[in-house]
Design a protein around this ligand. Structure first.
Ligand code: NAP
Length: 252
C-alpha cells in the first residue's frame, strides 16, 4: 500500500519508523523543507511544497497514493487544510495524527491568546524579559514590541539578523528536558514565556519549567483546521493502515 505521510514532526518520524517495519506498506515522508538538516527517516522521503491543493491532488494520483496520514504540526494549518481538500478531490482516505493540546495544570499561570499578535499584545507595555518558544518563522510578529528583551530558541543558526533588536539566541533541537529548560529560563532571568499549544512531550519542558518557576505563560491556542478523521497515537495509525476500511466506513 502506497502511503504519504505529511511530516515535519517527531510524531511523523515515529510513524515512519513504525511503517518501515511493515513490508506491506510503501510509505514516503514529506517535509516542507523548513529546517536545514531534517531527520533522515528509515523510509523514502521528499522535500518541498506540492504547489497548493491541485499540486497535492496531482501528486496523490501520480504516485498512486492509497492513504494519507497528516502528521504535521498542529500549527501547520494550511497544509492540513490542503490535505483535506486534495484527498477529497483525489478520493484518497486521510487520517490525521494529532497530539492532544496541553492542559492547564495546578500552578500554571496561563494567559491564553488566539494568535501570536494577541500574544505579543499580552506581554504589555512595560519592558519584560521574554522567552519565545515559537520557532523562527513568526518572530516578525514581535518586532513591533521592541521594548522587551527576548530569548529565542531556534533549530538552525539564524542566517540573517533577527527582526528583534534585543534578542539572545539558543540553537537547539528538541526534545528538551524540564531541568534544562528551568536552568535556561533562570539564567536568562525570564519573566514570562510565550508558547503555542503544540501538545506532546518534546516541547512541554518549557511549560513545566515555567510552572516550576511560577512564571506566566502566554499560551497561543491552536488554529482551526477543517474536520477530518484523527487519532492521537502511532499505534492507532498503524491499525488504520492495516485495515481495508476507511475511518468513515468504520465510523471513526
Ligand atoms: P503551513 O503553513 O501549514 O504550510 C505552508 C505550505 O508549506 C503548504 O501550503 C505546503 O506548500 C508546504 N508544506 C507544509 N508542510 C508540508 C509538508 N509536510 N510537506 C510538503 N509541503 C509542506 O506549514 P508551516 O506552519 O509553515 O509548517 C511547515 C512544516 O513545518 C510542516 O511540515 C510542519 O509539520 C512543520 N512544523 C511546523 C511548525 C509550526 O509551528 N507551524 C512547528 C514544527 C514543525 P504547498 O502549498 O506548495 O504544498
Amino acid at each position: 500500500m502506497r502511503v504519504l505521510i505529511l511530516g515535519g514532526t517527531g510524531d511523523a518520524n515515529r510513524l515512519a519508523a513504525a511503517v518501515a517495519k511493515d513490508a506491506r506498506i510503501d510509505a514516503v515522508l514529506s517535509y516542507a523543507g523548513r529546517t536545514e538538516n531534517p531527520t533522515q527517516p528509515p523510509i523514502s522521503w521528499r522535500v518541498g511544497g506540492f504547489g497548493g491543493i491541485d499540486g497535492l491532488a496531482d501528486y496523490l494520483r501520480a504516485e498512486n497514493i492509497a492513504r494519507v496520514v497528516d502528521a504535521t504540526h498542529p500549527f501547520a494549518a494550511q497544509i492540513s487544510a490542503h490535505a483535506v481538500t486534495a484527498c477529497a478531490v483525489a478520493a484518497v482516505p486521510l487520517l490525521a495524527l494529532e497530539r492532544p493540546p496541553w492542559q492547564r495544570a495546578p500552578g500554571d499561570r496561563w494567559i491564553e491568546a488566539d494568535d501570536l499578535e494577541a500574544a505579543a499584545e499580552a506581554l504589555g507595555a512595560a519592558p519584560r524579559r521574554v522567552f519565545l518558544g515559537i520557532g523562527r518563522v513568526h518572530l516578525e510578529t514581535f518586532a513591533a514590541y521592541s521594548q522587551h528583551a527576548y530569548l529565542v530558541r531556534l533549530v538552525d543558526p539564524p542566517r540573517a539578523p533577527l527582526p528583534l533588536p534585543d534578542a539572545e539566541v539558543i540553537v537547539a533541537r528538541g526534545p528538551f528536558d524540564r531541568a534544562g529548560d528551568r536552568a535556561m529560563l533562570t539564567n536568562f532571568c525570564a519573566e514570562i514565556v510565550v508558547a503555542r499549544n503544540a501538545g506532546g512531550y518534546s516541547a512541554s519542558a518549557k511549560i513545566e519549567a515555567a510552572r516550576d518557576l511560577a512564571l506566566p505563560v502566554v499560551m497561543v491556542r491552536r488554529p482551526l483546521v477543517p474536520v477530518r478523521a484523527k487519532v492521537e497515537t502511532v499505534a492507532e495509525v498503524m491499525r488504520w493502515l492495516g485495515h481495508d476500511k476507511t475511518p468513515a466506513e468504520r465510523g471513526v
